[in-house]
Design a protein around this ligand. Structure first.
Ligand SMILES: [Mg+2]
Length: 220
């Protein structure tokens, strides 16, 4: 399904006037850093943590030499092919989704490969997360703008990538931005992104932050 068709399907499922939560998957809903690190070790590499981001941190086993960008990209594709069907959830994500879904419409917006979309949907559903899912490529701002325009309601965008958050803010300047990085080491390394309302790796904190805004009582 094309990105446009996926957006149209997600828009068709929106209930007008409900707040909209647009949520990334890797390192936000699904664990990414941890299974990637294990995959790299099985593949003759290792994941360092000298900076936020993957390029510069993926090294060949037994060396401290950073793998070149093309190798990093190939390893990430291989990781998705091998692991996307079994990436575990970030702790607390399913419970928070269940409660937030009572107050808002949720759309998952991932830049994972289109060819693996259904496998990702099935993996999430098995773990209790069912929401329209868009496999995008490139900037997320235009997709966020299309969704927010259709929702015509307060919009929240949650992502681990500073680049995606900035793109989201460019697409929907009034969106509430949450910078979510599940892995504590990478959360600490993540740069401050202008305009971010909350930076966290804890779904309980996301829920406590959003519930008052969504008109819900804050019991999480
Ligand atoms: Mg991500």
């Amino acid at each position: 399904m094309s990105v446009d068709a996926q957006i149209a399907a997600a828009v068709a499922a929106l209930r007008p006037g409900r707040p909209l939560l647009v949520v990334d998957v890797d390192e936000v809903v699904c664990q990414f850093i941890r299974p990637l690190s294990a995959f790299l070790e099985r593949s003759g590499y290792w994941l360092g943590s000298v900076s936020f981001g993957l390029t510069g941190n993926i090294r060949r086993a037994g060396t401290s030499l950073a793998a070149p960008k093309e190798t990093v990209e190939a390893l990430i594709q291989a990781f998705f092919d091998a692991e996307i069907g079994r990436q575990p959830l970030v702790p607390g994500a399913a419970d928070a989704f269940g409660r937030l879904a009572g107050r808002a419409d949720i759309v998952l917006l991932t830049n994972a490969p289109h060819r693996l979309r259904q496998i990702r949907i099935d993996n999430l559903a098995r773990q209790g997360i069912a929401a329209p899912l868009i496999t995008n490529d490139g900037p997320k701002g235009p997709v966020l703008a299309a969704l927010a325009g259709a929702a015509a309601a307060p919009t929240v965008f949650i992502d681990d990538s500073p680049r995606n958050l900035l793109s989201g803010a460019a697409g929907v300047p009034e969106a509430v931005l949450i910078h979510f990085v599940a892995d504590p080491t990478f959360l600490a390394l993540a740069p401050a992104v202008p305009g971010v309302a909350l930076k966290t790796g804890d779904w309980g904190e996301v829920e406590r932050f959003l519930m008052p805004m969504l008109g819900g009582k804050n019991d999480g």
